[in-house]
Design a protein around this ligand. Structure first.
Ligand code: ADP
Ligand code: MG
Length: 266
């Protein structure tokens, strides 16, 4: 049984693309309402890990458990990718069950270019979750206002700055009312002057008690925000611990080298 205060537990997740083994047995624990920052060099499997949590990627083995939801009363969900050869159908059911628990904010925003801001935000709740359209629109408008984008409701993504598009990306994730928010380098495509607005929104969400996993290269931000930092390299978790420890006094040589390199780039 999963302790009730856990939002997410990952055990032994592995994933290969052909001969390239990308995840080599990842364990991850995220307590309810906490922020975990996932850091690591390019190619270390961070995006693949997040996509596996969001049901966008099918792990080869391992188990992902999302804790029960206090707000919706939904029971815990456990997906075991190590199950002996289940049918294609039950596999895709497993993925959509997982996808239903979390929402992802992508590095490249991934907004639908032919849809307005509002249409982007309500698409998932209305089409996938089958929630009442009027109610979803009202919630979407409130969320847009919250991130300072009320007046962009009917704009198209190409009419927005990167920072505005990413704030729409965050609103789109929130509109799904997920149990977990997953961020994949949410500011790495942004011009430097647009980064702070997006980080401020994420920080507010953390203070509100959202459970979040954030892949980021913003070490200062991670140090400020994250309850725990997990350093991945070569498809394994090399080191994990409180942000103050992993970022300031890393124990492992690989973590030391990575942190030193990032700090020098700043
Ligand atoms: P990171 O986000 O840490 O940079 P990724 O998870 O994106 O790492 O990628 C890890 C490795 O997996 C890379 O070698 C990448 O080329 C490979 N990879 C990721 N997605 C795919 C895919 N869909 N098909 C084949 N290889 C992939
Ligand atoms: Mg990545």
């Amino acid at each position: 049984m999963l302790p009730t205060d856990f939002a997410l537990q990952v055990r032994g997740v592995t994933k290969s693309f052909g001969a390239n083994t990308v995840l080599r047995g990842i364990d991850l624990d995220v307590p309810r309402g906490k922020v975990v920052a996932l850091i690591g060099p390019s190619g270390s499997g961070k995006t693949t890990m997040l996509r596996s949590l969001n049901g966008l990627e099918m792990p080869d083995a391992g188990k992902v458990t999302v804790g029960a939801s206090i707000t919706t009363g939904r029971p815990a969900l456990s997906v075991d990718f190590g199950d002996a050869a289940p049918s294609q159908k039950s596999r895709s059911q497993q993925l959509s069950q997982l996808r239903d628990r979390s929402a992802m904010v992508f590095q490249q925003y991934n907004l639908f270019p032919h849809m307005t801001v509002l249409q982007n935000v309500i698409e998932g709740p209305v089409q996938v979750q089958k929630r009442p359209r009027e109610e979803v629109i009202a919630e979407a408008e409130a969320l847009l206002a919250r991130v300072g984008l009320a007046d962009k409701r009917d704009s198209y993504p190409f009419e927005l700055s990167g920072g505005q598009q990413q704030r729409v990306g965050i609103v789109r994730a929130l509109a799904l009312k997920p149990q977990l928010l997953l961020f994949d380098e949410p500011t790495s495509s942004l011009d430097p002057e647009l980064v702070d607005d997006v980080l401020a929104v994420i920080k507010e969400l953390a203070e509100e008690g959202w459970t979040m996993v954030i892949v980021t290269h913003e070490l200062a931000f991670a140090r400020q925000m994250a309850d725990e930092v997990v350093f991945m390299d070569g498809g394994v978790v090399v080191e994990r611990g409180p942000a103050s420890q992993v970022l300031r006094k890393p124990q492992e040589e690989r973590t030391q080298a990575f942190v030193r390199r990032l700090l020098h780039e700043l």
